[in-house]
Write a protein that binds this ligand. Structure first.
Ligand SMILES: NC(=O)C1=CN([C@@H]2O[C@H](COP(=O)(O)OP(=O)(O)OC[C@H]3O[C@@H](n4cnc5c(N)ncnc54)[C@H](O)[C@@H]3O)[C@@H](O)[C@H]2O)[C@@H](O)CC1
Ligand SMILES: [K+]
Length: 526
């Protein structure tokens, strides 16, 4: 499990630890770890000696880390150039160390467009130490020309120090560039006032913004340097499951010799309508490969379902009359008519402790009825909204854009308000349960999953996981992880180039990724 802590918790832990260490020791630990990662990256394509490294150093501790690491690389023979973005306030110790090691130093004002392009064009590795966890808002105007040049040059490896400068360390938010801010003709909205890194070397613990889009896209691969903070950190704010975590759960629900289909769990699917039978088929496809022993379907697409999935137990009545299940999935393709409302109400009238997943049209109906239909009544329910549905559930003051921009806050608020677990879909899928527990971030997935019906497969898969047992949060997190991997597998196969996929391809890839996770579960793998 990877973890992340809020900036406030990191600051507190740093203070506690610093009080017990000689002055500057913590920064030396950070710089040593950072330099070691840079040296390793450089060695992947040769030696450290003679390689051109450019250090972008701001005014705070982040710039200090970068300068000390630059000094260490210069000490190993690299040609290191620092550009001070706030020369009067550069870290004195770091600057002296870099100079003493033979590094060259320029001030931002001396590095105009052409000079910056020449310098960054020669760089093989750029250390982004403009601003770290002390950053507020997007990068300021004075550093943006340099950041734009960096974006444009033949790509050197960009290594962000602690966090990519300009990314909000707590939320992953970035400030978009306006058209006026892009004199190089870059279209508005494409750029952000933030550095885009290939690797982020973060200190002590992960920061939430490194794992949640758009921050995650700016962070690249995240490497953790241990600086001894752990004993002082307290509970994590974010958990990022890895293969080993998911493998543990999948092994736990694997069939045993004495298992029969009922003991493994039966998942009920109330989805699809005369108008949208496809959603029923895709939800059943996800459920059938999702880890339950059997799938029951209740609804208007019974005939189509049994033709496509002959193993399904089907009926065309209401869920309550369909027979025993261990979890219901309600919503995909249900449409919004009176009959759909009866189906949702029928599920809401089922035994309180029975796990129930509400997706798509069922979410619209839950939003109309309000949080009280779930809160305190259905402790094992799971909601699976995308940003638009989440905004509708949250109501006044929320829009899809605000949910996208404040994903962590939105998923927490939803879970708290409805008193149930919530899986918020999107380019970063997040899960939360009511209370102050950590938010789970799903690290798998691909943009190719943004295809019609992909959410129906996820709903079925998550329903099957609910039926197999455990908490709604655990079931949802496992489903999101497998779904993301299956999307990648379907889109990329064994290679690096993606291609368009259908939701059916995602369902078809599930057994393969299931095997992959369980068999490689001892290592991290993501
Ligand atoms: N406190 C310590 O001993 C340690 C600090 N560490 C490093 O120190 C960093 C935190 O240092 P600081 O608290 O000094 O803060 P930062 O260095 O992250 O940033 C603060 C400085 O950046 C400027 N700034 C803020 N927002 C900006 C923006 N949008 N655009 C441009 N400049 C902006 C501020 O004027 C301020 O001078 C961590 O991220 C980490 O890299 C590590 O070395 C570990 C130990
Ligand atoms: K940085």
């Amino acid at each position: 499990m990877r973890v992340a802590h809020s900036v406030a918790k990191v600051r507190e832990a740093e203070e506690a630890l610093m009080a017990r260490l000689p002055e500057g020791a913590l920064m030396q630990r950070a710089a040593a770890g950072l330099a070691a990662v840079c040296a390793r990256l450089l060695r992947e394509s040769g030696r450290v000696r003679g390689r051109v490294v450019v250090v972008l150093a701001g005014s705070g501790g982040n710039g200090g880390d970068a300068l000390y690491a630059g000094a260490r690389l210069a000490g190993r023979g690299a040609e290191v150039h620092a550009v001070l973005t706030a020369p009067k306030r550069a870290h004195p110790g770091g600057l002296a160390a870099l100079r003493a090691a033979g590094g060259r130093v320029a001030e931002l004002g001396d590095v105009d467009g052409a000079a910056a392009a020449a310098l960054l064009g020669r760089a093989e590795l750029v250390l982004d130490g403009i601003v770290g966890i002390g950053g507020r808002g997007g990068l300021r105007d004075e550093v943006m020309p340099l950041v734009r040049v960096l974006r444009g040059v033949r790509r050197p490896l960009v290594v962000a120090v602690d966090v990519p400068s300009g990314v909000d360390a707590d939320t992953g938010a970035v400030v978009p560039e306006t058209a006026a801010a892009g004199p190089d003709g870059e279209p508005a909205g494409l750029g952000a006032r933030a550095v885009r890194a290939d690797v982020t070397v973060t200190f002590g613990t992960g920061k939430p913004g490194l794992f949640v889009d758009p921050g995650a896209q700016h962070a690249g691969a995240v490497e953790l340097v241990d600086i001894g903070l752990e004993p002082w950190l307290g509970a994590a704010d974010l958990l990022i499951p890895q293969h080993a975590d998911v493998a543990r759960r999948l092994r736990g629900i694997a069939p045993r010799p004495e298992s029969d289909k009922y003991r493994r769990g039966v998942v009920g699917i109330a989805a699809g309508s005369a108008r949208y039978p496809g959603a029923a088929l895709l939800s059943v496809a996800g459920a059938a490969r999702g880890g339950a022993g059997a799938v029951r379907y209740a609804g208007a697409a019974a005939r189509e379902v049994v033709r496509a999935h002959p193993e399904t137990l089907v009926s065309d009545g209401l869920p309550g009359g369909a027979g025993r299940v261990q979890a219901w999935v309600v919503g995909p393709g249900l449409s919004r008519d009176e009959h759909a409302a009866r189906i949702v109400d029928d599920v809401l009238a089922l035994e309180a402790v029975l796990p129930k997943l509400f997706d798509a049209d069922a979410l619209a109906l839950v939003a109309e009825r309000g949080p009280q239909v779930l809160r305190g009544r259905h402790p094992n329910a799971l909601l699976t909204p995308h940003a638009g549905e989440a905004a509708r559930l949250l109501g006044e003051g929320w829009s899809a854009a605000r949910v996208e921009a404040e994903r962590i806050a939105a998923v927490r608020e939803l879970a708290g308000r409805y008193g149930v677990a919530v899986l918020l879909k999107g380019s970063t899928t997040l899960l939360a349960a009511p209370g102050d527990g950590p938010v789970h971030v799903n690290p798998t997935g691909t943009g190719w999953l943004a295809t019609a019906g992909s959410g129906d497969v996820l709903a079925g898969l998550a329903g099957a996981q609910l039926a197999a047992g455990g908490s709604a949060l655990g079931a949802g997190a496992t489903a999101a992880y497998l779904h993301g991997l299956a999307g990648r597998r379907a889109a990329f196969g064994d290679g690096a180039v993606g291609a368009p996929i259908t939701a059916g391809d995602v369902a078809a890839a599930l057994p393969e990724v299931w095997r992959q996770v369980v068999s490689s579960g001892a290592s991290d793998g993501v």
